[in-house]
Design a protein around this ligand. Structure first.
Ligand code: TTP
Ligand code: MG
Length: 341
């Protein structure tokens, strides 16, 4: 079973402020009357009718629907809601995997049939609604990929169980973009081979799929046939800490760029220290004029202990990114991956 909350951040904001109910609502950067420079985190379904989506520049969202309610994200609050939802879910199966703030998988094999799994899913939806006043969508399938695709198909406030018998009928007509991991570039390559649906995908050889998808080719070959053996397992919390900053104007001024960067490195390092979160991996992103975004990541042989080292290494990466691209900088970001191994 796969569960994903509907328009998660936006739905929480609506719950907290009933006066926003029924209005288009966008959670994300400040739109500043159309001059704002960040992006949309998410939009409720009313706002989506105007074409507003996650990751769209906030200025564009403002153009599409200036009368929408625009709110800044309150991640710490959403995290608390998420923890409570995961707490409810956990009770329904010992085999449980959180895949993001608003998404989780449960292994329900033990219940014995798809219809019993569906009954359980109804109970889960009911309990989440009663306790949190939030709606979600649940997909059930013979493996994680089918379950997730079923969720996407049934959104919002849906429940769709695709039994083993029904899998082929469910998959065949779906556009290839519905397969998790198939983005616009892969879609283009497949369309060049006249592949539009999952059914068409079954005519592509393993060799061609490996050429297009690299080492994931075989996985895609299997998914097109409804097969996937990725287990549901609680991974070590794949926690990361990150910060990003969008400049008022695209800039190459070292002073401006590095003072914003230093502030973020300090915040991340002290948060990691305060919460005793060890890390060895550090990444830096740089978004240039025109939205082109580059990222570099580095993993050190041992845990990062000293701020001076952390600051020096992260600056080195940022400098490298900036030397490889001479355009003005729009946004910078830095993050660390928590690693308890
Ligand atoms: P999603 O589950 O992808 O989106 P959603 O819950 O808003 O909408 P739905 O599932 O109904 O399509 O992401 C969960 C939350 O993560 C989302 O509410 C906001 C946040 N998020 C971002 O901040 N930026 C992004 O680009 C995406 C995709 C999500
Ligand atoms: Mg969601």
């Amino acid at each position: 079973m796969h569960l994903d909350m509907d328009a998660f951040f936006a739905q929480i904001e609506e719950r907290e402020n009933p006066r926003f109910k029924g209005k288009p609502l966008v959670v994300g950067a400040d739109p500043k009357e159309g001059k704002g420079r960040g992006v949309v985190s998410t939009a409720n379904y009313e706002a989506r009718k105007y074409g507003i989506r996650s990751a769209l520049p906030i200025s564009q969202a403002f153009k599409l629907c200036p009368e929408a309610v625009f709110l800044p994200p309150n991640i710490l609050f959403y995290e608390k809601v998420s923890e409570r939802i995961m707490g409810i879910l956990k009770k329904f199966s010992p085999v449980f995997e959180i895949s993001s703030l608003d998404e989780a998988f449960l292994d329900l094999s033990f219940v014995g049939s798809f219809s019993k799994a569906e009954d359980l899913a109804k109970k889960i939806k009911k309990e989440i609604f009663e306790k949190e006043k939030l709606i979600c969508t649940i997909g059930i399938g013979s493996n994680k990929v089918i379950a997730k695709m079923a969720t996407n198909k049934a959104k919002p406030d849906g429940l769709l169980a695709v039994s083993l018998k029904e899998t082929e009928k469910f998959l065949d007509p779906l556009p290839i973009r519905e397969i998790p991991g198939v983005g616009p570039k892969t879609e283009e390559k497949l369309k060049a081979l006249n592949v539009e649906t999952v059914k068409d995908l079954k005519d592509v050889s393993k060799k061609d799929l490996e050429r297009i998808f690299g080492k994931n080719g075989l996985g895609v070959y299997e998914i097109a046939r409804g097969r996937n053996d990725d287990p549901v397992c609680q991974r070590e919390e794949a926690k990361s800490l990150s910060r990003s900053f969008t400049f008022e104007k695209d800039t190459r001024e070292a002073d401006i760029i590095f003072s914003a960067f230093e502030k973020m490195t300090k915040e991340i390092f002290s948060e990691a220290e305060k919460e005793s979160l060890p890390f060895r991996t550090l990444w830096v992103t740089c978004r240039f004029s025109g939205f082109e975004t580059k990222r570099k990541e580095t993993t050190f042989p041992s845990r990062v202990k000293y701020f001076s080292f952390f600051e020096k290494e992260s600056k080195k990466i940022l400098l490298k990114l900036m030397m490889e691209n001479s355009k003005p900088v729009r946004m910078i970001g830095i993050g660390v991956k928590v690693d308890r191994s």
